[in-house]
Write a protein that binds this ligand. Structure first.
Ligand code: G3I
Length: 358
């Protein structure tokens, strides 16, 4: 009698145990045994691992050592932007760019150029431009072709245009470029860059595509339009400035799949995971660090799922937490990167290693 009464309960317990094992097995993808998952990030990843950096960081021996152990791609966090190099019509400050390009070449590191046109780094003399549209376009064309031509064979890829669409909208931002060159300025800038270097890879780069379907659709429509008109474009940069649960994994997955469909390369171009938008934290808790680690691991898994020929790599937007743009921009202390302010690895680093290794 006792056995007959307890049989259904026993069955349910066994069923739950079986289901839980299956679920755990699905999450624990065994890494490739031929890869040492404790190596530097660039040794583990099947695609480039990049870092946003600046020359003044490279003069720190500890920073330089960690960079060369882990990264095989560099993005200038600000040194290659128009407001730094294009100091007047026909006049350039090349030193900041040359410094970074020289370092990358000496260390056999890929350089991703960022960014030829961005409303967030337009020199004042361009913003204040007065003249004809034709003269303005000639200035921009000369700037693009001078910069891309100078680093031909040295810079592998460029963010030709950065953040051209309004956030949460499919409309073009009212930038100085749109004002003087018209709505089709993006296409012409890609053509100018291609004319300067037939081999350089040309990217469009933007943020919040996973969370803004209208903005994402505008980018996808632009890509299809470029294809129809034979306007050169090679890739899309998803900046990936993330919070712990925003945008959701489902939103990221959907956007990655949509861009995979275009056949273009995909660059997770500015990855960081901020934790303190609300300003409620005054230190990095163990719980938050572990949640951040899980997110970095998952982002690596998303890139792993991209077809090999479309993987352009994952670039982290800064090395140590104290280098990040986020505290100054959002106004709260934050810990968004893989290394702490003392260049010690955080749980996010080990989790990112694990994700790359799967
Ligand atoms: O320009 C000075 C330079 O002359 C000086 O030598 C140097 C050292 O003190 O500082 C430079 O100042 C600031 C620079 O960051 C270094 O801290 C610039 O004034 C400041 O504008 C620049 O901010 C950068 C910002 O883009 C604008 O270029 C941030 O570091 C960088 O993280 C941020 O990155 C953007 C991406 O390009 C596009 N996506 C969003 C992302 C975050 O805003």
């Amino acid at each position: 009698m006792y056995i007959s009464k307890s049989l259904p309960l026993l069955f349910i317990v066994l069923l739950l145990f079986f289901v839980n094992c299956k679920k755990q097995a699905a999450q624990c993808i065994e890494p490739d045994p031929s890869i040492d998952c404790t190596s530097g990030l660039k040794e583990i990843a099947p695609y480039p691992i990049g870092l946003a950096t600046a020359t003044f960081y490279l003069q720190e021996p500890a920073y330089d050592s960690i960079l060369r152990q882990n990264f095989n791609s560099l993005t200038a966090e600000w040194q290659m932007k128009q407001n730094i190099i294009h100091i007047a019509e026909g006049s350039y400050n090349w030193q900041p760019m040359d410094d970074l390009v020289d370092y990358a070449q000496q260390n056999n590191i890929r350089i991703h150029g960022h960014a030829l046109l961005w409303h967030g780094a337009t020199p004042k003399w361009i913003e204040d431009y007065e003249g004809t549209s034709e003269e303005f376009e000639a200035i921009i064309k000369d700037y693009i072709q001078t910069v891309v031509g100078r680093y031909k064979g040295k810079i592998t890829s460029w963010d030709v245009v950065n953040e051209a669409f309004k956030d949460n909208s499919g409309n073009l931002r009212a930038t100085v470029f749109k004002k003087w060159m018209g709505d089709d300025y993006i296409a012409r800038c890609f053509q100018y860059a291609r004319e300067a270097d037939p081999d350089v890879l040309l990217f469009y780069n933007d943020f919040n595509l996973p969370s803004s379907s209208s903005k994402c659709q505008a980018v996808l429509d632009m890509v299809e339009d470029f294809k129809a008109r034979n306007i050169p474009i090679d890739g899309i940069g998803l900046q990936m400035h993330l919070q712990l649960q925003w945008p959701s994994d489902q939103q990221i997955q959907k956007t990655v799949e949509q861009i995979v469909e275009t056949g273009l390369k995909i660059h997770f171009s500015e990855l960081d995971v901020r934790l303190n938008d609300a300003g409620r934290l005054d230190s990095l808790t163990t719980e938050q660090a572990e949640k951040q680690a899980a997110r970095y691991c998952q982002i690596a898994r998303f890139h792993n799922q991209i077809p090999t020929e479309q993987q352009y790599g994952i670039s982290i937007w800064g090395l140590r937490d104290s280098d990040s743009w986020i505290p100054q921009f959002f106004g709260n202390e934050d810990w968004p990167l893989l290394f702490d302010q003392n260049l010690k690895t955080k749980p996010a680093y080990e989790a990112f290693q694990k994700g790359l290794c799967e």
